[in-house]
Design a protein around this ligand. Structure first.
Ligand SMILES: [Zn+2]
Length: 241
């Protein structure tokens, strides 16, 4: 009798595990963005591995540009430039697109993985947050530039910044459809709506960029969000501050 009980219990346990596996599999099949081995598609919602997949596009320029094309992101590939620590090979410039957020100044050409993440950020984070908080979309993003051959914090020694390979952009402000500007410098500690908007877009950027540094990090970032796609290998650690 005792043995029969044990066998029954094992069967019930096994059945439970199988059901869980089946439900898990069915769920994840609907959410390829949450699986590490599926191909990235920019039209998919942001998932657990979207950020790592974007960063992994560094060094796979062909695939990155194909993703931009597939998603209908109109762009011009720049010729490789720079030298040594400051060489870049995958910079792209977004073409003006009335349906998309404009980067101001327009003459900026970040790396392809940064551009891909910027558009994803726009579609899935910035515009939904703007609609929710202000009831209108963002028209343009003001930035402090992308490519700059320099070491971190402009020091004369130490690691080169991701800006040295155009793999970063510094975002300073968002201009709403009605012309109002929400800036990191003036509005991070500003009114309820502005503070909430800036934190929502900062937090959302953390799912898409390897590194996100905001005024919460240090005084050097009081007036902009630093967004980059540093490739940090298998550990894939991410910075979000
Ligand atoms: Zn920066």
């Amino acid at each position: 009798m005792r043995r029969l009980h044990l066998t029954l219990r094992r069967l019930v346990l096994l059945g439970g595990v199988l059901i869980l596996l089946f439900v898990g599999y069915a769920y994840l099949r609907q959410r390829p963005q949450d699986l590490p081995w599926t191909d990235l598609e920019l039209a998919q919602p942001v998932g657990l591995f979207t950020g790592r997949k974007l960063a992994a596009l560094t060094g796979d320029t062909v695939r990155c540009k194909a993703l931009l094309d597939q998603a209908g992101i109109d762009h011009v590939a720049m010729k490789p430039g720079g030298a040594d620590q400051c060489a870049y090979a995958d910079a792209v410039r977004l073409k003006p697109d009335a349906a998309a957020i404009a980067l101001v100044p327009a003459a900026v050409a970040p790396s392809c993985p940064v551009v891909a993440a910027l558009r994803l950020w726009e579609w899935q984070v910035v515009q939904p947050a703007a609609q929710r908080i202000y009831g209108q979309p963002v028209r343009s993003i003001r930035h402090f530039g992308s490519y700059s051959c320099r070491r971190m914090y402009g020091r004369s020694q130490g690691d080169f910044s991701e800006h040295a390979t155009a793999d970063a952009i510094d975002v300073a402000a968002f201009v709403l459809k009605d012309g109002r500007q929400v800036s990191v410098l003036n509005d991070w500690k500003g009114g309820e709506k502005d503070a909430a908007f800036l934190r929502a877009v900062r937090d959302g950027a953390c799912d898409l960029f390897s590194t996100v540094l905001s005024p919460d990090y240090n005084a050097a970032h009081r007036d902009h969000f630093h967004l980059d796609q540093a490739e940090r290998g298998a550990t894939g650690w991410r910075a979000c501050r």
